[in-house]
Ligand binder design. Sequence first.
Ligand SMILES: NC(=O)c1ccc[n+]([C@@H]2O[C@H](COP(=O)([O-])OP(=O)(O)OC[C@H]3O[C@@H](n4cnc5c(N)ncnc54)[C@H](OP(=O)(O)O)[C@@H]3O)[C@@H](O)[C@H]2O)c1
Length: 225
Amino acid sequence: MEFKNKVAVITGASRGIGYAISKRLVVEGMKVYCLSRTKPAELVDGVIYLYADVSKEKLVAEAVARIVEPVDLLINNAGVMRRGKYWEMDEEKFDLVMSVDMKGPWLMFKYLRDKLAKGAMTLQSNSKNSVQMKENTFAYTLAKLADLDIDKLVAKDRPDLDMRVAHFGPVDTLLEWTDYSEVEKAEKMKIAIQPDAAADWAMKLIRSDQKSLVYEVESQTYLLV
Ligand SMILES: NC(=O)c1ccc[n+]([C@@H]2O[C@H](COP(=O)([O-])OP(=O)(O)OC[C@H]3O[C@@H](n4cnc5c(N)ncnc54)[C@H](OP(=O)(O)O)[C@@H]3O)[C@@H](O)[C@H]2O)c1
């Protein structure tokens, strides 16, 4: 896609993978809006930070109302993680994950419906868990699976959209270490990549003609497919 003077909206660019992607989009010449509840410790010049909890309809509506230009790229990236198999999860954790990771993308599509430019690109920060059906992250996997179907349902209304999905593997962020012991974290750190590297892969997907980026568990590498 052409980046120069185009407009991107990204959720959850206050830290982690989203923050790293937002820096790259600005360097490419895009005007970038970020929706999150906090701002990064180090603001990125060229990013307009809009306050929003993506799980709250009123806040998403208010934030999106401040975006005046047609949007060329929407990145549904905001997310939370709570671990546990289906019999281990409590209602509070289940509701939190579903409200941010599944309801959030729906609300973004709903309120950006009339602002997404014809042929705009959309990108999900999805997970390998939805490819592998990981059962030890029941709510998270379920939400990420639902996000794939949200794309399909939105595409019925907006077949012009160029929808992309990044199935990331382990990335060294706050989200990834949620509900992990120090021992589990140390083990996973051996294969986790840094947010900058994940953002580089996301940019490769955006620049490519491929629809998805998939982390292969066995080889610990990424493929554009
Ligand atoms: N890290 C991994 O290993 C990994 C692997 C696969 C997929 N992913 C996906 O990558 C995406 C980014 O995660 P990350 O790893 O970069 O995690 P992170 O560093 O914890 O960042 C999460 C981002 O989501 C935002 N967020 C959380 N709750 C929100 C809410 N209610 N409303 C608005 N924004 C909210 C946070 O901003 P505020 O707290 O400021 O609101 C933050 O900017 C997620 O969708 C995640 O599922 C990550």
